[in-house]
Ligand binder design. Structure first.
Ligand SMILES: NC(=O)C1=CN([C@@H]2O[C@H](COP(=O)(O)OP(=O)(O)OC[C@H]3O[C@@H](n4cnc5c(N)ncnc54)[C@H](OP(=O)(O)O)[C@@H]3O)[C@@H](O)[C@H]2O)C=CC1
Ligand SMILES: Nc1nc(=O)c2c([nH]1)NC[C@@H]1CN(c3ccc(C(=O)N[C@@H](CCC(=O)O)C(=O)O)cc3)C=[N+]21
Length: 295
């Protein structure tokens, strides 16, 4: 192996420590940032994410709120929970855990969140603000990935970036952020022709596909920086473990740097969720925003 393994876990701990420092400062003014997480149903993978988020919210000194609804909750029921959180002055961030059960319209639900409290950055207002280079709430996973890239590479201007996956929650906002950093961006997906050739052009390769170990060493330009967003549960020897969308061993022998799974982008997502909640709280209260925690 030749690649540097990017320690997202350690970086995320530093981001959380910064957030905690700002939260302590706000407390002296009598302000406690509040993050509300809305869960519909009992998706087991979601439960882990929610538990980790809850623990870290309290750790940085924020107020954590959880609203659980049964899997068969109706749209009006869910919308009324969101309306109450929008109106609650103790709540500065609202996250509705995705995916929602199929009978609920996710776009409608997300767009019911007050954009100022939309710490996922999924509301159409925030998507539009990001796309036009205006101040927005930036989706956590792309924001965390960008922080790792800037820390490692500094100025990203002129670099070839290839993002594999075009979801609204990862691929598209990741491409927007890289474009704003003056990368030459290619957004690849399931209809992309000659995907290995496209990937081999990349100085920065971001994998957000949801296919275990799809991207292999011979798809990667020597020295490239590889960000593996994928979180896939696979069965091996009777146990489940997490693997990314990147075949770590073969890619690590070619790449210049790579994020591991677990311990890469995942912890950064949670750290950025807390950073976004802090940013939202400062904006709502008309206070100066903390530096270095936004895109
Ligand atoms: N680390 C973290 O914090 C987070 C990790 N994740 C993980 O990231 C991964 C992606 O998540 P998400 O964006 O929500 O996934 P989606 O399923 O919403 O999107 C997957 C994307 O990958 C594309 N794709 C699927 N198969 C192929 C293929 N064979 N070749 C090329 N492209 C393909 C799809 O293309 P098309 O549009 O053409 O169908 C689609 O654009 C998952 O593993 C998820 O668990 C997600 C969020 C946060
Ligand atoms: N509205 C919404 N916003 C999201 O951001 C969102 C979502 N819904 N639905 C689910 C996906 C997935 N996601 C993860 C975040 C952190 C880890 C994470 O912390 N992973 C750790 C540990 C994982 C473990 O060990 O279980 C790691 O990779 O090291 C994983 C996955 C956010 N998502």
């Amino acid at each position: 192996m030749s690649a540097k393994v990017i320690d997202g876990k350690a970086f995320a701990a530093r981001v959380r420590a910064q957030v905690a420092g700002h939260v302590a400062g706000l407390k002296e003014r009598g302000i406690v940032p509040g993050l509300a997480v809305v869960l519909v149903g009992e998706d087991p993978a979601s439960q882990v994410y929610v538990r980790n988020k809850g623990k870290m919210t309290v750790e940085v000194g924020m107020h954590g709120i959880e609203r659980r609804l049964p899997a068969d909750a109706t749209e009006p029921e869910l919308l009324s929970v969101i309306a109450a959180l929008n109106a609650d002055p103790a709540v500065h961030g609202i996250l509705v855990q995705l995916p929602l059960p199929a009978h609920l319209d996710a776009d409608l639900v997300i767009n019911a969140i007050d954009p100022a409290k939309d710490v996922d950055g999924f509301h159409i207002s925030n998507v539009g603000l990001l796309g036009t280079g205006q101040k927005a709430m930036v989706p956590c996973t792309p924001l965390g990935s960008l922080m790792l890239l800037r820390d490692l590479l500094g100025d990203l201007s002129g670099l070839e970036a290839v993002v594999v996956g075009r979801s609204n929650i990862v691929g598209k906002p990741m491409a927007q952020l890289l474009l704003a950093q003056n990368c030459t961006v290619t957004l690849a997906h399931s209809r992309t022709r000659s995907l290995p050739d496209v990937c081999r052009r990349a100085d920065i390769l971001v994998a957000a596909v949801g296919r275990p170990r799809m991207i292999r060493g011979d798809w990667v330009k020597p020295g490239a920086t590889v960000i593996d967003v994928g979180i896939n549960r696979v069965e091996a020897e009777g146990r489940t473990r997490l693997v990314g969308d990147v075949d770590f061993d073969s890619v690590a022998s070619v790449a210049g740097a790579i994020t591991p799974v677990p311990g890469g982008v995942g912890p950064m997502t949670i750290a950025c969720l807390l950073a976004n909640t802090l940013t939202a709280c400062c904006r709502i209260h008309g206070l100066a925003e903390p530096e270095g925690l936004t895109a």
